[in-house]
Design a protein around this ligand. Structure first.
Ligand SMILES: *[C@@H]1O[C@H](CO)[C@@H](O)[C@H](O)[C@H]1NC(C)=O
Ligand SMILES: *[C@@H]1O[C@H](CO)[C@@H](O)[C@H](O)[C@H]1NC(C)=O
Ligand SMILES: *[C@@H]1O[C@H](CO)[C@@H](O)[C@H](O)[C@H]1NC(C)=O
Ligand SMILES: *[C@@H]1O[C@H](CO)[C@@H](O)[C@H](O)[C@H]1NC(C)=O
Length: 629
């Protein structure tokens, strides 16, 4: 890093203010931001480019502009851009610079939150899972291995940001350092100081850097640092005056900011759908604006956790987040304005003029109806297709991280060591299944093991039959002390009390072959075999459908149990209607084809319906009735 910094210092100047240049600073006497010398406050909304298809970025930003916002706030997820150490991806749906260009085009300012940890209910809070290749790494601290990885990432990211700073003629007015660090147990000030130094080295001394924390004394103590503007986050149920009073204890002067004013909340599988009323949210916004504070609404559009990108929380138990990140936000997951948006717009109009003209209409939504699906076969029939190389053979189970697999599924198998004529329990005694395992013996499905909830499943079988344990990573923990969240079998399994050994472990790449067109079969030529009539265990289904108009649609798999679904090779996400509350999956128009049949491929993990169909609706169902668990 040393040489890179030196070179930057030699060739660049950072926001050295000359009269008349654009400037964005803090006035500690008048307690406000100063934009080009005048007091300024922002009314901003959060949007995550990584949760919205790129073709819709401009549409969503335009709607935010039309609501009367003068800024947007956006996270940068490190794990999305550096999938392997030193391998960077800023293309297509990861084209951060294109997204930032669009904000310029629409006249919006940007508050950037580059982490390196972001939470965001995103896998591992945005930290790359490869950090766990060092087993005892102390994430979010001064651990040198962690800091080296952080420095390397920021040395790639921050130089892209520098020319976009407001003081350099761009539209980025401020950057957040870390994220809610005061909620993390480590309270490592030298780590925060290290980040501050790196940000300053790449961005200069004048750019506004800030921290964000929950509004409690403890959080504000460990999350703030001299030289970084302290801000808080709180929602409509909190008392704004009280929250800002608390902030004033650590930040006696300068602008007041709520960096995350909650417009709604996230959903967990198996819990009630979260919502908050337009009335409550807009009233709380008015309270904040009346204090003269700046505010960012989190989220303004939530979007979607496509693929495997959802995170999970840990509160007494592991709680994975749903595929939809609709958030009950002012703009829906599919980018449509809601009553909440209109209520917010009318509050904003009391404080600044909102753009005139008609509000952009919702994008078209289509009902495509029923698609019937055929069984392709059981997952274990296609290990030749999906296995990443030769299987690993080990005495005791090893983790996803040990075999350098980040997402998805790993198959662990071993031969039954003895005959089991009557049911005996296969057990995960130390809660060692991260996060869910689908159990079969000799191809017969027996049930599931689930982290923090199901530790035994009864099986029978004959000595020598394969015992298959297909383990699903349901999303790494994104918040709190448990972010070192290894996946797979992180403990031994026992059979009738004996530790099972001699595992054959298949690291699986299911997405690669499906993106390349697997299962290739034309619709009328599904391989049939009587033994494939079974509808349980991990099984592939596929079918095709044609459309005559392209628009967004919502996939309903209501009688299916749990699994993963791809359309034309794009991983639409996890479905789990048996657990709820999310029933439909958002299918954006850009993955559909007018000219060719569209292929839907499903990996059902537990039980497919007798009549395997998919239905495409023109509206979402995110508030399904929760069945009993
Ligand atoms: C909010 O907090 C302030 C300051 O602590 C207090 O004076 C006020 O009564 C509170 N408002 C409500 C509605 O509780
Ligand atoms: C396993 O079978 C035993 C004996 O039939 C029964 O008592 C036990 O409840 C079963 N356990 C599970 C998890 O089904
Ligand atoms: C499994 O048990 C063996 C023997 O007790 C132990 O050495 C090993 O660490 C255990 N493996 C895991 C993943 O817990
Ligand atoms: C969700 O459904 C439940 C049960 O039908 C209902 O009571 C609740 O109001 C619904 N919530 C929303 C936000 O629609």
């Amino acid at each position: 890093m040393g040489t890179a910094i030196l070179c930057l210092l030699l060739v660049c100047c950072f926001c050295d203010q000359v009269q008349g240049d654009p400037s964005f600073t803090i006035d500690y006497t008048r307690d406000c931001f100063l934009k080009d010398g005048s007091c300024f406050r922002y009314i901003s909304g959060s949007i995550h480019y990584f949760r919205v298809p790129p073709i819709y970025w401009k549409d969503r930003l335009l709607k935010m502009y039309m609501t009367g916002l003068n800024a947007i706030q956006v996270y940068v997820p490190w794990n999305f851009h550096e999938p392997q150490p030193g391998m960077f991806n800023f293309d297509g749906d990861r084209d951060l610079e294109h997204f930032l260009d669009l904000t310029v085009e629409l006249g919006l300012l940007v508050i950037l939150r580059p982490g390196p940890y972001i939470c965001a209910e995103w896998d591992m809070g945005g930290l790359p899972a490869w950090l766990l290749h060092k087993k005892n790494i102390a994430l979010r601290t001064s651990d040198p291995d962690y800091l080296n990885a952080v420095d390397s990432w920021l040395s790639v990211l921050l130089p892209k940001i520098r020319p976009r700073l407001y003081c350099n003629g761009g539209n980025i007015i401020s950057l957040q350092v870390e994220n809610e660090y005061g909620s993390f147990h480590a309270c490592d000030y030298s780590y925060l100081r290290h980040l501050q130094t790196i940000f300053r080295v790449y961005l200069g001394d004048d750019v506004v850097l800030f921290t964000t924390d929950g509004n409690t004394n403890k959080e504000l103590k460990c999350g703030t640092l001299q030289g970084l503007l302290a801000t808080v986050d709180f929602g409509p149920v909190d008392n704004a005056t009280k929250a800002f009073k608390l902030l004033r204890r650590v930040q006696p002067r300068g602008p007041l900011v709520n960096s995350e004013y909650y417009t709604g909340w996230l959903d967990y599988w198996g819990e009630k759908h979260a919502s908050s009323s337009a009335e409550q949210v807009s009233r709380g916004l008015q309270d904040i604006l009346e204090t003269g504070a700046s505010v960012n609404m989190y989220m303004f559009e939530g979007g979607t956790n496509f693929g495997y990108w959802n995170g999970a929380d840990f509160k007494n138990t592991y709680k994975p987040i749903t595929t939809s990140y609709d958030y009950d936000a002012p703009m829906t997951e599919a980018g449509d304005p809601t009553d909440k948006l209109m209520a917010i717009r009318s509050i904003i109009s009391k404080f600044r003029s909102v753009p005139e003209g008609p509000f952009p209409p919702p994008t078209p939504k289509y009902y495509y109806g029923l698609v019937s699906l055929n069984k392709i076969g059981d997952l274990v029939d296609f290990l030749d297709v999906f296995s990443r190389g030769e299987p690993f053979v080990t005495q005791y189970p090893i983790t996803f991280e040990d075999v350098k697999q980040v997402f998805g599924f790993v198959l662990y198998r071993t031969h039954l060591p003895f005959d089991i004529p009557f049911f005996i329990p296969l057990s995960s005694q130390l809660n060692g299944v991260h996060d869910r395992a689908y159990i079969s013996v000799g191809g017969r499905f027996y049930g599931v093991l689930e982290r923090d909830s199901i530790s035994d499943v009864n099986v029978t079988g004959n000595a020598g039959e394969w015992l298959d344990v297909l383990v699903e990573n349901m999303g790494r923990i994104n918040f709190g002390a448990d972010v070192n969240d290894f996946k797979g079998l992180v403990g031994n399994l026992t059979l009738g009390g004996d530790i099972l050994t001699d595992w054959v472990m298949y690291s699986l790449d299911i997405d690669g072959p499906i993106a390349a067109g697997w299962p290739y079969v034309p619709d009328n030529h599904i391989r049939m075999n009587p033994q494939w009539q079974s509808r349980t265990g991990a099984t592939f289904y596929s079918g095709t459908f044609q459309i005559t108009a392209v628009g967004d649609t919502f996939l309903k798999l209501s009688k299916w149990t749990k699994g993963q679904v791809w359309i034309n090779g794009f991983n639409v996400g996890r479905y789990w209607p048996a657990r709820g509350p999310q029933i439909t999956l958002y299918v954006p128009s850009n993955i559909l084809s007018l000219s060719q049949p569209n292929r839907i491929t499903i990996l059902e993990l537990e039980r497919a319906p007798d009549w395997p169909i998919a239905v495409f609706l023109d509206r979402p169902i995110l508030n399904g009735t929760l069945p009993r668990r």
